[in-house]
Design a protein around this ligand. Structure first.
Ligand code: FAD
Length: 489
């Protein structure tokens, strides 16, 4: 083990795990970062100053005990580090891979300005991976309470909720309409950021702990929420946000124009051999591709198109690079992989007839900051130009899509469609139906894996308090058949 001295952070520079060469990595869909060797992980963990005021921890949505697990690892105790890491985060091996650490823990690290932040994300990933490799698994150490909770949605929010419930002796039964767990982790985020085997391994661990999954099962169709409320002691909803924003300009319906999420999902299904009968793989080999948008979803689309063998891939965004929402790391990766960026260009129309031929854009310049502090783009008159394209992907983000059955069961939303489930209430994340809790993107709006994990965990705490209070369940709202569904376990 390397010995630590007070100047270790000066002598050992920040060093990320080796990234695969860009010309090689674009030939496959595998993750692009390799994992640390043990000595490197220990040496990098040793760079932590233990500065006494753990800004990294406070900037982490789940308040990970970062300095403590860095210290445990640097002392050679990877199993204790993994135990501690899994105490505050239900998916640390996943957050280590895909959290925007530059905006969270690493951005807050005392060494960030001047010396290079401790590589917290890569070390978080290493700790879990190494502990798993050595055979460590999270365990449940409490007797069953006999209580059962239905969790609807197997995305990060639902998985985190199930994790806390099962660790407290409550049996979670998780329903999802998809054939596999993970939500956007599985059916959204491309494998070059998160290989799906990582999610499947977490599924096996949760099942081992006592979580039941009922997949290919849509609540609202195969089972009603009312049936779940009757059959279980409480219900958690973590349904995500899936209404795609539109650009509202001509040409969006032309053949050759694709929405980002179906495009990404089609590629993942193809890659994993999960393509349903009758559905076609959307792929852009030898095509000129234009992706509209500047967030993480846009970055995932451009990098997927590059790997599919597109002739050219261009990302068009209406603000400048400094004001784009996408992670800096992913923009840098996209540039290395050959993506062209046109900043300060606003799409006006997608052109073509029986097929797309291009995108007409107008230049913008950055105006005054809006209420959120982001500078608004101002159109420069007379600056129109056409960017040629064979295929266009729209990546403008997502809006809440409240289910039509929410009102039937007394679940209120705000004016934008987000479910009302306040953190600050007697039972955190309880909706306006007392037996129903909610969290993740459907409550907060599209955000991050780690914030969905946080809300799922907090909602589980709310459910545990609610169950402990022994409040009898209100009758479910609306007309119920009274029959229990064959899938209610
Ligand atoms: C392309 C893309 C890339 C992203 N990249 C990152 C990233 O790099 N880092 C990051 O931190 N975040 C990223 N995000 C955001 C992150 O994935 C989400 O914030 C997070 O997954 C939200 O978790 P959730 O559990 O609230 O919802 P989801 O992950 O959306 O899961 C909701 C689940 O509910 C299920 N469901 C919905 N309705 C029903 C129903 N009626 N019956 C049964 N099941 C139902 C869905 O099938 C789904 O499995 C990305 C998002 C996208 C779209």
């Amino acid at each position: 083990m390397p010995t630590k001295n007070a100047h270790h952070y000066l002598e050992v520079p920040r060093q990320e795990p080796v990234k695969k060469r860009h010309d090689l990595r674009i030939q496959s869909f595998g993750e692009i970062y390799t994992q640390y060797e043990n000595n490197m992980a220990v040496s990098q963990a040793n760079r932590c100053l233990g500065c006494g005021v753990p800004y990294c921890k406070w900037q982490c949505p789940v308040t990970n005990h970062i300095p403590e697990w860095l210290k445990l690892l640097s002392e050679g105790n990877v199993i204790a580090a993994a135990e501690l890491s899994n105490q505050t985060n239900s998916l640390p091996e996943i957050c280590g891979r895909i959290c925007p650490q530059d905006r969270l823990c690493e951005g807050a690290c005392t060494l960030h300005d001047g010396f290079g932040a401790v590589t917290i994300g890569s070390i978080e990933q290493f700790i879990s991976e190494e502990a798993f490799r050595q055979g460590w698994r999270p365990t449940v150490n409490v007797p069953p309470t006999g209580k059962r909770v239905a969790v609807v949605g197997a995305g990060p929010a639902g998985l985190a909720c199930a994790d806390i419930l099962v660790r407290n002796g409550v049996h979670p039964v998780v329903y999802d309409q998809q054939p596999e767990i993970g939500g956007l982790l599985t059916f959204g985020i491309p494998p070059f950021k998160l290989e799906k085997e990582v999610v499947l391994r977490r599924r096996a661990m949760l099942e081992e702990m006592g979580v039941t999954f009922i997949l290919n099962h849509r609540v609202g169709k195969d089972t009603s929420l009312g049936q779940l409320i009757e059959a279980y002691d409480a219900v958690f909803l973590g349904l995500g946000t899936y209404a795609m924003r539109r650009g509202n300009f001509p040409g969006e319906a032309l053949p050759g124009v694709h929405q980002a999420l179906p495009y990404l999902v089609s590629n993942i299904r193809h890659h994993m051999g999960w393509m349903p009968d009758g559905q076609e793989w959307v792929q852009f080999k030898d095509q000129d591709v234009v992706v509209l948008g500047g967030g993480d979803t846009a970055m995932d689309c451009v990098r997927t198109a590059i790997r599919q063998g597109a002739s050219s891939v261009t990302c068009i965004y209406r603000r400048d690079e400094a004001n784009m929402p996408g992670s800096r790391r992913e923009v840098a990766n996209a540039k290395e992989e050959g993506v062209q960026f046109i900043w300060n260009a606003q799409p006006e129309a997608i052109l073509g007839g029986t097929a797309v031929t291009g995108v007409r854009v107008v230049s913008t310049e950055m105006g005054q900051p809006d209420a959120k502090g982001r500078r608004t783009p101002q159109v420069v008159p007379g600056s129109e130009q056409t960017i040629p394209a064979d295929a266009v992907v729209l990546a403008f983000g997502f809006q809440p899509n409240p289910a039509p059955w929410f009102t039937q069961y007394g679940i209120d939303t705000d004016e934008t469609g987000r479910v009302l489930a306040p953190a600050e209430s007697q039972f955190p994340y309880q909706t306006t139906n007392p037996a129903v809790f909610a969290g993740g993107d459907m409550v907060r709006g599209s955000d991050l894996v780690v914030t969905a994990v946080y809300e799922g965990r907090q909602a589980a705490e709310g459910i545990l308090q609610y169950l402990q209070a022994g409040i009898s369940q209100p009758a479910a709202y609306g007309n119920l058949s009274g029959e229990s569904s064959p899938c209610i376990r």
